[in-house]
Design a protein around this ligand. Structure first.
Ligand code: ADP
Ligand code: MG
Length: 250
């Protein structure tokens, strides 16, 4: 579904991504691991259109999307999640979800111009979709809570929920487990699996929590120093010499 071909990204003299090639297969939950500074987040930002690579290309369903803007990629179904912005923290969880389709149409003049005026029918459909998302996320009980009052893990769920209000097909998650407690971690894992199995989402997940990666991801890709070191099942990756060296070697 996503194919990264020989991507290079430099920041001044530093080569953050160094001839990296990998694929994220349709329907998979692909894990991306590697030591700090391996170039994982930089690669994500290139794939999602936030950074331009110095060399190489990114394909989405076989189409070259290397220079495509984030919001056009978004409309093609490729999204990366972001922290809930400051202004949205003072809105309820339900309102946060209902806002997404409006933001989407506002992002592009063409779309805003041709979009029919919002009707009560539209509003009802958006609300219905938001309520369904809340159920999948297991967040129905906090739907009227202010987003800013949610726990770290609940905020991560809401970030994923915002992608559910779009026609996302492939979602990039950068360390969804960071700062999330054990209980919410289980819920997060559960939600990602449900979205994959029942809603047809493809995921690529950067994560340091190896339990989460092991439970969810196949294949797992390990990056180090800007390129792919190894790829395989979690069991294969765990016993790979080059991977062990990258994490623990001198
Ligand atoms: P990872 O997500 O695997 O920890 P990053 O992609 O964040 O790695 O970073 C890869 C390398 O690129 C690091 O050495 C980091 O310091 C550097 N880097 C990342 N973003 C920038 C930037 N905007 N400007 C300069 N250097 C950067
Ligand atoms: Mg990172």
């Amino acid at each position: 579904m996503i194919e990264v071909r020989d991507i290079v990204k430099r920041f001044g003299g530093l080569v953050a991504v160094d001839h990296c090639s990998l694929t994220v297969g349709k329907g998979t939950i692909t894990g991306l691991i590697g030591p700090n500074g391996a170039g994982k987040s930089t690669l994500f930002n290139i794939v999602a259109g936030f950074l331009q690579p110095d060399d190489g290309s990114v394909l989405l369903d076989g189409e070259d999307v290397t220079s495509v803007s984030p919001h056009r990629l978004f409309r093609k179904g490729l999204v990366r999640t972001f922290q809930i912005p400051h202004e949205l923290a003072r809105m309820s969880v339900l309102e946060n979800l209902m806002l997404v389709p409006a933001e989407q149409s506002g992002e592009n003049l063409f779309n805003a111009w041709f979009r029919p005026a919002r009707t009560r029918g539209d509003e009802a459909r958006v609300r219905e979709r938001a309520e369904q998302a809340l159920e999948t996320l297991q967040l129905t009980h906090v739907r009227h809570e202010l987003a800013g009052n949610l726990s770290g893990g609940q905020k991560k769920l809401l970030e994923i929920g915002r992608t559910m209000m779009t026609d996302a097909r492939v979602v990039l998650l950068d360390e969804p487990g960071a700062g999330v407690n054990r209980t919410l971690m289980a819920q997060l894992t559960d939600v990602i699996r449900t979205l994959n199995r029942e809603h047809g989402y493809t995921f690529c997940i950067i994560e340091h929590d190896m339990d989460m990666i092991g439970e969810l991801c196949d294949p797992v890709i390990c990056m180090a120093q800007g390129h792919v070191l190894a790829q395989g099942s979690m069991a294969e990756i765990r016993s790979n010499e080059a991977v062990l060296e990258a994490y623990f070697g001198g």
